[in-house]
Design a protein around this ligand. Structure first.
Ligand SMILES: Cc1cc2nc3c(=O)[nH]c(=O)nc-3n(C[C@H](O)[C@H](O)[C@H](O)COP(=O)(O)OP(=O)(O)OC[C@H]3O[C@@H](n4cnc5c(N)ncnc54)[C@H](O)[C@@H]3O)c2cc1C
Length: 407
């Protein structure tokens, strides 16, 4: 009997397991994870959950009952130690398991800055439920918060801390918020929103040292010689793919486990998906994405491949973030953008910014406009967007109205 082993019970791994059952696969499926928690959702940990009082159960993705009723074995506190590709056996901290197909859904880990003082009390990362719980407990007694990095997680956290009435300072090496993941236009808009909530930004500021003679962080020294006072500091400086050890077993790793456009490694019995996978994209480039949408898309395609059902086309990449009272949704590839166009009116606090290459739509970010986001995803998926020169003269009326007027 074909046996599927999935390493990692996060968003991607769990979706593969249940996706296999939904597609009629009846053979044995085992999902294992080194965590002791039942699979949980990460996005609320930097948003609603961090300011709430609910326990880990509020984050549950699928509970033990769901696994039992789908006849999927869930092995927690179980770590993958070794892969014997010839015998198709994985060695784990709880014994050996034989597979016919192995899916690596290992996720990513927060990048660590090598800072003097980074081991002081009050210093935090936010990636696992254990880290989120420790951060939430510590926020309850903090008096001022420093956030290193103005990326999504840093800004969401800054927003959550500001909501508690705490003074927050965000320190960022680049000159603007979300420097790699949002247009300059949206960065500036979001900066204003955060500042209106009381958050202070220190751009072009590299953190040099964390200081806490008492054993707990008290101040942060910046490269310009100035200091930021904070007794709780969160580092949100990006993530790196898990699974670099895969090269010990003859598979390729380079900023992610290397897979082809079908998410297979060079061993056809082994797939890698989600945050840990660097895959061949629609233009032949090697891409790694960190988002729920990406993990879900990979899981859908891999479960269809294994179950032998029609494999859907890759989804348009999408992402969302909630910060400073704004819902920001993105679709497409920002790294391909050469030119920007604002659609709608900023004063309405609901608009979209579209990114173009050679007059062709590549990407769009929507501020408080879920229906624009849906439109952008559809235009990108169906390749039906008007050209930039057609849309530009009517952009002011807003995306949906402009598209309607062209129909
Ligand atoms: C605080 C936070 C907020 C986020 N907010 C958003 C958001 O708003 N929108 C969005 O799209 N994305 C968001 N993300 C990103 C999103 O959660 C990830 O992209 C997604 O979880 C990736 O799914 P995955 O299955 O690849 O990895 P994960 O969900 O990280 O799961 C990987 C699992 O593998 C396990 N594992 C790793 N190595 C081993 C091993 N050797 N043996 C056994 N188990 C192992 C880990 O314990 C983990 O449970 C957020 C992430 C964080 C941390």
């Amino acid at each position: 009997m074909n046996s599927i082993i999935i390493i990692g019970a996060g968003h991607g791994g769990v979706d593969v397991a249940f996706g296999l059952r939904e597609r009629g696969y009846t053979g044995p499926i085992t999902v294992l994870d080194k965590s002791s928690f039942v699979p949980y959702e990460r996005p609320p940990m930097s948003k609603s959950w961090i300011n709430g009082s609910g326990g880990p159960e509020e984050l549950t993705l699928r509970g033990h009952e769901a696994f039992a009723s789908a006849n999927i074995d869930l092995m927690l506190e179980c770590e993958l130690l070794c892969i014997d590709r010839e015998r198709k056996v994985v060695e784990t901290s709880k014994g050996n398991l034989t597979y016919s197909t192995l899916v690596l859904a290992l996720g990513s880990s927060p990048r660590q800055l090598r800072l003097s003082g980074s081991a002081l009390a009050g210093m935090h990362h936010l990636h696992t439920l254990e880290q989120a719980s420790a951060l939430r407990d510590d926020l309850a007694c903090a008096t001022s918060v420093g956030v290193i990095g103005a990326g999504f997680i840093g800004l969401e956290l800054a927003s959550s801390a500001a909501k508690r009435g705490l003074p927050v300072t965000v320190m960022e090496t680049a000159g603007r918020a979300m420097p790699r993941t949002a247009s300059e236009f949206t960065s500036a808009y979001m900066r204003n929103r955060h500042e209106a909530n009381g958050t202070t930004f220190r751009f072009n500021a590299t953190v040099q040292e964390v200081i806490g003679p008492s054993g707990r962080v008290e101040r942060i020294k910046l490269s310009d010689g100035s200091y930021v006072e904070a007794d709780l500091v969160v580092q949100g400086v990006g993530a790196i793919a898990n699974g670099s050890w895969i090269s010990d077993f003859g598979l390729d790793f380079d900023n992610g486990i290397l897979v082809d456009s079908t998410l297979r490694t060079k061993d056809t019995a082994i797939f890698a998906i989600g945050d840990c996978a660097r895959f061949v994209d629609d233009e032949g480039g090697a891409t790694r994405l960190e988002s729920i949408g990406n993990a879900a898309d990979h899981a859908r395609r891999v479960s269809a491949t294994i179950a032998g059902t029609p494999v859907p086309a890759p989804d348009v990449p999408w992402f969302w973030t909630q910060q400073a009272g704004v819902r920001l949704q993105m679709a497409g590839r920002i790294d391909r953008v050469e030119e920007w166009l604002l659609t709608g009116a900023v004063e309405s606090n609901a608009f979209s910014v579209l990114g173009w290459r050679n007059g062709k739509l590549m990407y769009g970010e929507s501020i408080n406009s879920p229906s624009d986001h849906v439109t952008i995803r559809k235009l990108l998926a169906e390749n039906t967007a008007p050209t930039l020169s057609v849309l530009r003269p009517i952009a002011e009326m807003g995306l949906k109205a402009a598209i309607k007027s062209l129909a």
